[in-house]
Design a protein around this ligand. Structure first.
Ligand SMILES: Cc1cc2nc3c(=O)[nH]c(=O)nc-3n(C[C@H](O)[C@H](O)[C@H](O)COP(=O)(O)OP(=O)(O)OC[C@H]3O[C@@H](n4cnc5c(N)ncnc54)[C@H](O)[C@@H]3O)c2cc1C
Length: 379
C-alpha cells in the first residue's frame, strides 16, 4: 500500500506504548486511567467512526443499577452474592464517572427511576412488590436506605394509562449522554491521550521485539500492549468469546409543552425504557419482539419495533397528550450469559474489556479502570 506518510508522520503518529481499539466509555476511561497512572505512557485510541460508533453516544443516559424486575431475573443468574457484587460494581462505576467528569459536565440529575407495571401483569407485579424489602436490605450498604418504594400516587400525575403499579427507585438518575462523551473525549485529550478517528482496525499480528502490529485502512500501527474496547464488534477478532450483539432502537419526540414525565422509566421487565430530555420523551427498546433480527452489529430500525414504540407512547405513556416523533436511531450493545464484563488478557500482550450488558453508563468507567490496572500490572 502506498500511504505516502512522511518520516515525521510515521515517527509521531503510528506507534504507541498502548493502543486501544474503540473510543466508547470503556476505551476512553481506560486511556485516562493509564495516563493518570503514568503520564509518560504514550496512549493511542483508534476509533473506526467519525464519532464513537457503538453504544456510548447512542444510549438513553440512565444512571441506573437495575429495575426491580431486572434484579429478580439477575439474582436467578448470579445468585444473591453475585448480584450484590454486580450492583456494587454498577454503583461504584456511576460514582466514578460522576467524580471523573463532574455532575455539571454530564448533566447528572437525580430525578429518580420508576418501573411501570401493567394492570394485566398481576403475577409479576405482586412478585416485584413482595421483593422490595429484600432488595432494599440487600443494597442498603451500597446505595443507602429504602431505595425502592411504591409510588402509585404518581401514576395519575405522570398521566400513564393501563398502569396499576409504579415502583420508584430514589437513587436512580439520568445524564446527558452527549455531554458525558464530549467531556470524556476532552478529558482524555487533555491527559495527553491521542484519539484518531475514521481508523478501523482490521487485524493484528505479533511482530518482532515484543511489538504488536495493527492493520487499519489508514496504515499500520505498532504498540507494546493492545486493548480491545470495541464491545459488540470484538467477535470478528475473537470468535470464541461469549459476546452477542444486541441492537437497541430509540426514538425521540418533538418538544412537548408542559411535559409532566420526569425521570427514568422502565417498562415490560426493562425491555422498554423512556425518560425526559429537553421537554421531549426519549424512548427505546422492543428487542424482545424480535431477538433474532436485533442480534446484529448493523445499525438500523424495523417497522415492527418502531410501531410498537409508537403504540406504547400513544396508549400508555402519553395517552392524553398530542406528540410527534422527531427522529430515530439505533446503537449496538453487547450481551453474554454472564452479567459481568469480560476483562482479561486474551493473547500475549493483547487484552479486552467488553460486554457491559447494556449497562455501560454504570459499568463502563469501572471496566476501563480495571483493564488499565490489568495492563499496568504486566509491564
Ligand atoms: C440504545 C441504547 C441504550 C442504552 N441505554 C443505556 C442506559 O440508559 N444506561 C446504561 O448504563 N447503559 C445503556 N446502554 C449501554 C451502554 O451504552 C453501553 O454498555 C456502553 O456504551 C458500552 O461502552 P463500550 O465502550 O464498551 O462500547 P461502545 O460504546 O460500543 O464502544 C466501542 C467502540 O469501538 C469502536 N470500534 C468497533 N470496532 C472497531 C474497530 N475494528 N476499529 C476501531 N474502532 C472500532 C466503535 O465504533 C465504538 O465507538 C445503552 C445502549 C444502547 C445501544
Amino acid at each position: 500500500m502506498n500511504y505516502n506518510f512522511s518520516y515525521w508522520e510515521k515517527i509521531s503518529f503510528f506507534s504507541a506504548d498502548i493502543i486501544i481499539v474503540g473510543s466508547g466509555i470503556v476505551g476512553l476511561t481506560a486511556a485516562i486511567a493509564l495516563k493518570q497512572h503514568n503520564p509518560k505512557l504514550n496512549v493511542l485510541v483508534l476509533e473506526r467512526g467519525f464519532l464513537p460508533s457503538g453504544a456510548s453516544t447512542k444510549n438513553a443516559g440512565f444512571a441506573c443499577f437495575g429495575s426491580l424486575s431486572e434484579l429478580i431475573e439477575q439474582e436467578k443468574t448470579s445468585g444473591t452474592e453475585g448480584l450484590y457484587d454486580l450492583i456494587k460494581r454498577r454503583w461504584n462505576g456511576l460514582q466514578k464517572l460522576r467524580q471523573l467528569l463532574g455532575d455539571k459536565h454530564i448533566e447528572f440529575n437525580n430525578y429518580g427511576g420508576f418501573e411501570l407495571f401493567k394492570k394485566e401483569d398481576e403475577q409479576l407485579t405482586s412478585l416485584c412488590v413482595s421483593k422490595i424489602s429484600h432488595f432494599n436490605s440487600l443494597i442498603e450498604d451500597i446505595v443507602g436506605k429504602n431505595a425502592f418504594t411504591l409510588a402509585n400516587k404518581k401514576i395519575d400525575y405522570f398521566g400513564f394509562n393501563h398502569i396499576s403499579t409504579l415502583i420508584e427507585n430514589q437513587f436512580e438518575g439520568q445524564i446527558n449522554t452527549g455531554k458525558m462523551m464530549k467531556a470524556l473525549i476532552n478529558k482524555a485529550t487533555a491527559s495527553g491521550v491521542q484519539i484518531l478517528n475514521s481508523c478501523e482496525v482490521s487485524s493484528f499480528e505479533q511482530g518482532d521485539a515484543q511489538q504488536i502490529n495493527i492493520k487499519t485502512q489508514q496504515g499500520i500501527f505498532s504498540c507494546r500492549k493492545l486493548i480491545f474496547a470495541n464491545n459488540a464488534f470484538i467477535s470478528s477478532f475473537f470468535k470464541d468469546l461469549d459476546v452477542k450483539p444486541g441492537r437497541g432502537q430509540v426514538l425521540v419526540t418533538k418538544p412537548i409543552p408542559s411535559l409532566k414525565v420526569k425521570g427514568t422509566f422502565h417498562y415490560d421487565k426493562g425491555y422498554y425504557y423512556f425518560r425526559n430530555i429537553d421537554n421531549r420523551i426519549l424512548f427505546g427498546g422492543g428487542r424482545n419482539l424480535d431477538f433474532k433480527t436485533e442480534e446484529t452489529t448493523i445499525f438500523g430500525h424495523t417497522e415492527k419495533i418502531q410501531q410498537s414504540l409508537y403504540a406504547i407512547l400513544k396508549d400508555i405513556i402519553l395517552p392524553d397528550t398530542a406528540f410527534e416523533i422527531d427522529y430515530n436511531w439505533s446503537g449496538i450493545m453487547a450481551f453474554g450469559k454472564q452479567l459481568e464484563p469480560i476483562i482479561k488478557e486474551i493473547d500475549s500482550d493483547v487484552f479486552c474489556a467488553v460486554r457491559c450488558n447494556g449497562m455501560g453508563v454504570a459499568m463502563g468507567s469501572q471496566t476501563g479502570q480495571d483493564i488499565a490496572d490489568l495492563v499496568l500490572s504486566t509491564f
